[in-house]
Design a protein around this ligand. Sequence first.
Ligand SMILES: *[C@@H]1O[C@H](CO)[C@@H](O)[C@H](O)[C@H]1NC(C)=O
Ligand SMILES: *[C@@H]1O[C@H](CO)[C@@H](O)[C@H](O)[C@H]1NC(C)=O
Ligand SMILES: *[C@@H]1O[C@H](CO)[C@@H](O)[C@H](O)[C@H]1NC(C)=O
Ligand SMILES: *[C@@H]1O[C@H](CO)[C@@H](O)[C@H](O)[C@H]1NC(C)=O
Ligand SMILES: *[C@@H]1O[C@H](CO)[C@@H](O)[C@H](O)[C@H]1NC(C)=O
Length: 472
Amino acid sequence: MKTSFLVLLFVSLVSFVLADGLEIVPGATWTVPNTGNHLQAHGGGIIKIDDTFYIVGENKTAKPGDNLFQTVACYKSKDLVQWEFVNDILKATAEGNSDLSPEGIIERPKVIYNEKTNKYVMWMHVDKPGYGYARAGVAWSDSVCGDYTYVASYRPLDKYVSRDLTAWVDDDGTGYLFGEDRPTGLVIFKLSDDFLTIDSEVYNFNEHIESPAIMKDDNGVYYVLGSQLTGWAANDNYYSTAENIAGPWSTIITDTATGSKTYQSQSSYVQRVGKTFVYMGDRWSPGNRAGLGASTYIWLPLELNTETRTLNLTWYDSWSIDPRTGDLSFPSHKVYEAETAELENGATAVQADGFYQKGSGVVELGGPENGKLTIEGITKSVKKGLTSILIRYKNDQNVTAYGKLKVGNQKPVRVAFNPTHPQDPWNSPTVNISVIHGFKFPDRVQSLTFEGLESVNVNNTADVDSFLINVW
Ligand SMILES: *[C@@H]1O[C@H](CO)[C@@H](O)[C@H](O)[C@H]1NC(C)=O
Ligand SMILES: *[C@@H]1O[C@H](CO)[C@@H](O)[C@H](O)[C@H]1NC(C)=O
Ligand SMILES: *[C@@H]1O[C@H](CO)[C@@H](O)[C@H](O)[C@H]1NC(C)=O
Ligand SMILES: *[C@@H]1O[C@H](CO)[C@@H](O)[C@H](O)[C@H]1NC(C)=O
Ligand SMILES: *[C@@H]1O[C@H](CO)[C@@H](O)[C@H](O)[C@H]1NC(C)=O
């Protein structure tokens, strides 16, 4: 008994320390260390099991054809920041059910757990190019990131079409599907006991809302967040509240960041983390040269007022959350300008007027000699633990760029950089930051080196403006 208590205490102290210097940077390139690529969990949702978060979402890597079905990917994390790829849990295939065809479309996969059958059930929007097929598809697995068995797709109750949907489980174990019916609007359906079929209609909002995300506060009040229907382009998202899931639901309210188009994002999911509800949205980038796979994640803490039943979404360039308690903190950064670094192997500092307000230029790296830069003397006044590094960059190329970052004697990591071409016609601005996590800054001084990645193409490296390391 005594031992297990001590072990628990130790584990929780460690996880507290680990969370210290890790940052969520909305809109940035989020490299996953074990794929070396930007997180592919677009239109995704979270499911938490014990102390682990799993994210399941759309992999939109391939271009052209980036809106067609490739895989549904599953990643895991204990802190919502450091993600590890686990499995492609549903894959496009030319055989079997044509819903999974590589010429088809699978969007907004959401996994829920059924306590009665002990199975994980995935609901998803199943479609074909032109979006006229408009069905809700279902699959199941014995483990959250295991291979899923596809069952079927439905037009709910043979009455409605269904596009951008979500699945959600209430505290009493009842499963619900929220589907978007184009003629009438957002509809709530009750799922069967095994969650594999649609049982009955619960409520029709008669409002055109898609991409719903559900949350419930400590008073048992339900909130549904959703977007208007403007294709890939962002809009001011809506929300509505109710004491009973069957209604009446309040008149829809434009989110409190009105005019910002929900910070150029579309709602996808809300995850409760301790006392905090986290808004998770997608900033779609159909015009990005790297395609929809370069779409970024806008995750922000929701400020909830349970008395007035209002939600407020404030923008933070970066923020930190304790994964157990939901305590928030907002780091400030020490900036290390790339042009003040030691440059070798043909790395060149160039003026880039107006590119960034701070600092006068960027450093061109990679190239035929694989130019690199080294910054010495990095110190960090920090509680010990793991830290994120933010890299401000420019990538005018047509494709994702890569580089190799090494801190002190720690293992070098590959870092991805979504394109930031200024002339791209997207309506979703790129945050020119790539963020990478997990570095240790003990009390002694560290150095940092950044260079091209020969295994990819040393010429295909981002130009670097500066490195930002948090100070607390
Ligand atoms: C995503 O799909 C691509 C092919 O389009 C595949 O190479 C990759 O392994 C898939 N999974 C992830 C997580 O990127
Ligand atoms: C939302 O938060 C911002 C920043 O904290 C604050 O200025 C604003 O008054 C809040 N709005 C509402 C409706 O609570
Ligand atoms: C990089 O560019 C240089 C000069 O344009 C060229 O000689 C070299 O072959 C290129 N390297 C790769 C890996 O493409
Ligand atoms: C980059 O993309 C632009 C616009 O699509 C195209 O005109 C150009 O040829 C591409 N360049 C390369 C090197 O692929
Ligand atoms: C991102 O980079 C592009 C150039 O690649 C630039 O036009 C744009 O202003 C930058 N955005 C920000 C927010 O700095």
